[in-house]
Design a protein around this ligand. Structure first.
Ligand code: FES
Ligand code: FES
Length: 395
């Protein structure tokens, strides 16, 4: 899985997708923008046309990972576009659509022709639009609509624009190589797969947690010592049951996995995180997302932490955790249950941190057995209930 971040209709968006996911599915399935239609799904009909860096591309044959860092515009992004509005009015006037299935792609390609071609005749428009097929209207109305918009704009003194808003030359997403790091994965067959690993999101302004909780704990070590450990991503990850990192653990963007077992379900969440630290306030954030391909569960989380001195020899760690869990494992995301499980995870985390700080080698569990945690949480609740009922301790 790969986190792909790009600007979609002017918004920064991000999603964790398979490397084979094409841009159309990224737009429709992860961003719920269904104005981009899928017809042939092999680059012939043009229904899926969108703009990537100002260039019309077929999103059904464009990998989402190749668009990391790019600016993508769909038909929804042309709501306030002047040329788009003129074309919509002309398509209506000239009866240039019937079912409308081809229309989003048609309008995006037509806009490119209107902006780019100074004074095309009917034949030139038909050639320029030949990558967009309409199965029901025929092309007379479409060509007339485009011709009328071009004539009207030229009459108003609006000349053709060289490049028509293109911001980069080359294939879709070209020019964004700096934010795509190639990672080599050795396959069992001995072949090497070069997978595009998109940089983690710079900004996730639109992401909203489904639930959140706050926790705090105290470690019996001075704040500077605890801060030093928190500044070492690999050390922190090694204290979390089930967590492991891959690649450069000193980078701001790290990749890794979290192994969780809940009864018969074992999930390996593969993902990435962006880590930011603020030394002046001894605080930081960890924002990450991951996906388990086998259970199709996905998660996204934001952890904010802050260290506060408790006298000279102890440190209080305050945590504010927001998360979203989807897929089969979401059944375990009830907030009170997650809260209890998080409490127990943090107990294990604190024990491991204290052991690290004291120099004792720890053997952190290779998976988070949430099944055991749930069982022990339920047992604790039953005991508390019995205590309340009979007013005495039960064992
Ligand atoms: S769906 Fe992409 S070209 Fe047909
Ligand atoms: S309007 Fe129906 S396919 Fe074009």
């Amino acid at each position: 899985m790969t986190v792909v971040s790009l600007a979609l209709n002017g918004r920064h968006v991000s999603a964790d997708v398979e490397p084979r996911t094409h841009l159309a599915d990224f737009i429709r399935d992860t961003q719920n923008l269904t104005g981009t239609h899928l017809g042939c799904e092999h680059g012939v009909c043009g229904a899926c046309t969108v703009l990537v860096d100002g260039v019309p591309v077929r999103s059904c044959i464009t990998f989402a990972v190749t668009c990391a860092g790019a600016s993508v515009t769909t038909i929804e992004g042309l709501d306030d576009d002047e040329t788009g509005a003129e074309l919509r009015a002309a398509f209506t006037r000239e009866h240039a659509l019937q079912c409308g299935y081809c229309t989003p792609g048609m309008l995006i390609s037509a806009r490119d022709v209107v902006l780019r071609a100074e004074a095309p005749d009917e034949h030139a428009i038909r050639v320029a639009m030949s990558g967009n097929l309409c199965r029901c209207t025929g092309y007379v109305g479409i060509v007339r609509a485009i011709q009328s918009v071009i004539a009207d704009r030229r009459a108003r003194g609006i000349a053709a624009v060289t490049g028509a808003g293109r911001t980069a030359l080359g294939p879709a997403g070209a020019g964004h190589g700096a934010v795509v790091a190639a990672s080599a994965v050795q396959l069992g067959s001995g072949k090497t797969l070069i997978a595009a690993q998109a940089a983690a999101p710079e900004e996730l302004a639109d992401w909203k947690p489904q639930a959140s909780f706050e926790k705090s704990f105290v470690v019996s070590y001075p704040i500077e010592k605890v801060w030093n450990l928190f500044s070492d991503t690999a050390e922190v990850a090694s204290c979390l049951p089930g967590a492991s990192l891959t690649g450069d653990t000193g980078a701001r963007n790290v990749t890794g996995k979290m192994r969780i077992k809940v009864g018969p379900i074992a999930a390996d969440f593969h993902g990435s995180a962006v880590i930011d630290r603020e030394p002046a306030t001894k605080s930081g954030t960890i924002e990450g997302s991951g996906r388990d391909p086998r259970s199709s569960s996905a998660t996204r989380g934001l952890i904010r932490y802050r260290l506060l001195p408790q006298g000279a020899d102890a440190t209080k760690v305050e945590l504010d955790v927001g998360y979203r869990l989807t897929g089969p494992l979401a059944q375990f995301s009830r907030s009170d249950l997650v809260n209890d499980i998080a409490g127990r995870m943090i107990e294990a985390f604190v024990q491991n941190i204290e052991a690290r700080l004291s120099g004792v080698a720890t053997n952190t569990a290779t998976e988070l057995n949430a099944g055991n945690l749930i069982f022990s949480v339920l047992l604790a609740r039953i005991r508390a209930g019995l205590r309340r009922l009979f007013g005495r301790e039960n064992h």
